[in-house]
Design a protein around this ligand. Sequence first.
Ligand code: G6P
Length: 608
Amino acid sequence: MCGIVGYVGHRKACSVLLDGLKRLEYRGYDSAGLAVRDGEGIKVIKEVGKVSDLERILVGLDLEGRQGIGHTRWATHGGVSAVNAHPHVDGMGRFVLAHNGIVENYHELKEALLADGISFSSETDTEVIVQLLSKLYDGDILRALTALQARLEGSYALAIIDRDDFNHIYCLRNGPPLVLGLGEGESFCASDIPAILPYTRRVIYMDDGEIAELSPQGIALWDKSGSSLQKKTFFVDWDVSMAEKGGYPHFMLKEIHEQGGVCRSTLKDRLIGGRVDLSNEISLDEKVVSRFEGVHLVACGTSYYAALVAERVFERWTDLDLKVDIASEYRYRQGKIGPDTLVIFVSQSGETADTIAAERKAREMGAYCLAVTNVRGSTLARDCDDVLLLKAGPEIGVAATKTFMGQITALYLLAIYIGRLRGTLHVEQEMELIDELIQLPYKIETVLDREPVVEELASRFADSNNFLFLGRGISYPIAMEGALKLKEISYVHAEAYAAGEMKHGPIALLEPKVPVVVIAPRDSLYEKTLSNIQEAKARHAPIIAVGFDDDERLAQEANYVLSVPYTIEEFSPFVTVVPLQLFAYHMAKKRGCEIDTPRNLAKSVTVE
Ligand code: G6P
């Protein structure tokens, strides 16, 4: 959803910016550009394609400047072209600006600027911002930026440099994230932490309505009314190697292989004396929890599937009414939300626009809001009453894998904790669940060791263009996640259905060229799932089953079986999702797809 990076200090800005853009490429990658101080002027270079395409142009140029901004784009207004790529410059060639977001009143603003005789070279909403800034500027940049803020409607994170000011970068935020980095004699801004992680771990998170002024000497901030702000500096506990490939060909594969560790670190320090204890992190206690009647779980994409998995355990371990919804729907629905509702927002980034809007609605209606996220200082984390962090480290691959694992781990802990606080989960049950929880990282690692079997299977099916994924109960959201992974990165059409629903429609699609992936752990719905396998087999569809080790019946029924270690019923998603992630990865690889940066997608969707 576009990535911004900015630098002012003692290093060559060009290399800091390029490095940052590569680390932000997961946010958008149809074109990229940067603007760097070049003597008295500013040099702007933009190119269609990936950051590597931009880099090829930069090789021949010797840009020495120590101040600059960069951008990697996911097009909204205006097609993919070098002209529409950012940064954009005003007609006077003075202000240079990179933008993430959408200016909703850009048409009206543009009309007014055109009427003033200002002409435009691009089709973007962003050029409107820079032209307007230039018009509003009367010698006082802060006054101009405050006036700009008042005129813009919509969402924006902005990084701005001024041709006549060698020392500063200005940033504005309303919606999309912007993090500011403090270094020794240097300052940074970026859409996400990995971009600046090689240089500093001291960061300030900008909030909506704020203006920041970055210089080599430090960072100053103001609120909307122009009052100066003192903000908290956070220390990021991720290190730079976490945001690098570490010898793997793709981030996605590395992240899949980190999942045992993610589960382990998300459990760490939260299992105390044989019980789940979250009291150091969240303020939910017996009193607060006793007032709840319902839990809503709200999310987008893969996080939504994690929420659907969690729904199945919340309904087992607590007595609360459950509702799970997609954030873009929830934000516009009429359902009852109030002080007796706990709303859990699941988002790896904590920056998804729909999830944040849903949270604001729930908060206004008096609900207790809890974020389950991977990013401590994210907007969602800061807006909610409580935050439960995944300990997944940065996830760079656009297709979420290890954050899904972190999410289900954190949500299971939460369900157990709430069950205990409400008295619906007894000590012996809790201990049994914890015994299983602590074995999960090893079981996940066992599945990962079986990657060659999955790779071989992907070779067999690399030319298949339609898949059906089936599951029942807790395996149904895993079928959905498996199908999503496959379509996201290998562009293969994959549809997921509740296995029992297949006969109401998708069975019509079945024939020998449509493989059916069935998630079939030996659980209470196993026999029913086997019947669905029979139905698919009768239509000559090849069956790929994911099931527990030593399941001979499944081996007889299915054409191919991906075996995973046994878990008790509620925990099978931790192991069954892994071969599906690996299958999607190897299918994409065999089909020659761009695995970490799939077409048209962005990792963090910060516009509606
Ligand atoms: C995008 C990403 C998905 C992600 C979804 C929700 O669509 O490509 O991988 O699941 O956003 O993101 P969130 O950060 O809220 O979990």
